[in-house]
Design a protein around this ligand. Structure first.
Ligand SMILES: [Zn+2]
Length: 196
């Protein structure tokens, strides 16, 4: 887990979004390998193990993505410049490396990633039942298969996005008042979070 990521993380419990305090056990090259994230509000302490921030169990079956390559995610999110954070949920995380190559200087948080992605280098990893990020922080969200068709995860994507920025998903095209669908083809869609 990238150490600066701590600034945008939130406790997943239903209370006001506030600061999580990081107590690292091991930091190498700005990557937290182990330690704890403590919530100042409800007192819950979440472990960081092998570089993964553990906010809760991941859903049991993480479907692999058929279409969300790194290059496709970069093109569809249309970031145009370095900086900030993008979240990839579920199978979308598999394409992180290609995305990173196409989007230099954008940090990636993979939530509930498929097995086999090592934390570190250009990607932070977290597990849990929601996107563990404060509202209006992200430059883009990509929802992998399963998550893209789930209203709760769609709502999480919209909550975490900066207004006017995009969410990409693999699955059924959503119809939600807070999302304007820009394009949809071959089971992949891209939508813009309405400014509110
Ligand atoms: Zn809390």
């Amino acid at each position: 887990m990238f150490i600066e990521l701590t600034d945008i993380l939130r406790c997943p419990a239903e209370h006001e979004e506030n600061v999580l305090v990081l107590l690292p056990d091991g930091v190498l090259d700005r990557q937290v390998r182990g330690g704890h994230l403590g919530c100042m509000d409800c007192g819950t302490v979440y472990p960081v193990r092998d570089g993964v921030a553990e906010f809760g169990p991941a859903p049991p079956d993480i479907l692999r993505s058929e279409r969300l390559t790194g290059a496709a995610m970069a093109a569809l999110l249309g970031l145009g410049g370095p900086g900030g954070y993008v979240v990839m949920v579920g199978g979308a995380g598999e394409g992180w490396e290609g995305f990173a190559a196409a989007s230099e200087g954008v940090h990636i948080l993979a939530v509930n990633p498929p097995a086999g992605i090592p934390a570190g280098r250009g990607v932070s990893l977290a597990r849990g039942g929601r996107i563990p990020v404060k509202s209006r922080q992200l430059r883009g969200v990509v929802l992998g298969p399963g998550f893209a068709s789930d209203a709760a995860w769609l709502a999480e994507a919209v909550r975490c996005l900066l207004p006017g920025l995009r969410v990409v998903g693999e699955g059924v095209t959503p119809s939600a008042p807070e999302l304007e669908v820009l394009a949809s083809a071959d089971g992949v869609w891209v939508a813009q979070a309405r400014r509110g």
